[in-house]
Design a protein around this ligand. Structure first.
Ligand SMILES: Nc1ncnc2c1ncn2[C@@H]1O[C@H](COP(=O)(O)OP(=O)(O)OP(=O)(O)O)[C@@H](O)[C@H]1O
Ligand SMILES: O=P(O)(O)O[C@@H]1O[C@H]([C@H](O)CO)[C@@H](O)[C@H](O)[C@@H]1O
Length: 177
């Protein structure tokens, strides 16, 4: 059977670029953001299955999911490796914005997203299960206005660092070592 396809697509597949907001633009839109607003952050250098599981789960918790990514300068300061990030911030943002479960993407240039969280006052803050939420300043902050903070299930075996090592070693997905 031939699939019928119409252009422009009626709905459900907005131009990813329209989901990317510079910090100033987001500030202007902040009162229009749907609530409950779920907020998460990270580098998202090479998108993998673990990321998609957790972003999908995050979106189920509220009416909209905002992902704040580290700028390239901020990502470099995290010390993940001299070659990181491999993908520039505009590209990392565009890939995330292409996911249906992501409603908006923005950037932060600081070492943590605390100042941005303070501005946007999300209802729910999430990270993946590799974080102990009780130790984070982000958790203390969102709870200060009655928000929630939680870690979503970690999908073991998936990480950007692991992928980079596999590529550097020339190992395929079939190689268990
Ligand atoms: N395997 C996974 N399962 C669920 N969540 C994950 C997983 N890996 C990362 N996350 C979450 O995705 C977000 C972005 O993480 P990050 O970009 O650091 O991924 P990473 O694969 O751990 O990368 P790196 O190896 O460069 O640290 C974080 O909130 C993190 O908790
Ligand atoms: O992709 P990562 O390394 O999971 O993202 C980091 O998260 C940190 C977290 O919010 C604890 O503070 C953050 O500080 C850091 O800038 C990265 O976004």
């Amino acid at each position: 059977m031939t699939a019928s396809f119409s252009f422009p697509r009626p709905d459900g597949c907005p131009d990813p670029q329209t989901k990317i907001f510079e910090r100033d633009a987001l500030r202007r839109w902040r009162n229009q953001l749907p609530r409950p607003l779920v907020f998460t952050n990270g580098v998202f250098d090479l998108l993998h299955t673990g990321h998609v599981h957790y972003l999908y789960a995050a979106r189920q918790l509220g009416a909209a999911l905002l992902v704040a990514i580290n700028t390239d300068a901020s990502a470099r300061r995290l010390g993940k490796g001299p070659e990181r990030p491999l993908n520039r911030q505009a590209d990392r943002a565009y890939v995330l914005a292409g996911l249906a479960c992501v409603d908006a993407v923005t950037f932060f240039d600081e070492d943590t997203p605390v100042a941005l969280i303070d501005e946007l006052r999300p209802d729910i803050y999430v990270k993946g299960g590799d974080y102990d939420m009780e130790t984070l300043e982000e958790t203390r902050l969102v709870r200060s206005w009655g928000g929630h903070s939680l870690a979503l299930p970690f999908q073991s075996g998936y990480s950007t660092t692991q992928l980079v090592r596999r590529i550097e070693a020339g190992r395929s997905a079939a190689d268990p070592s």
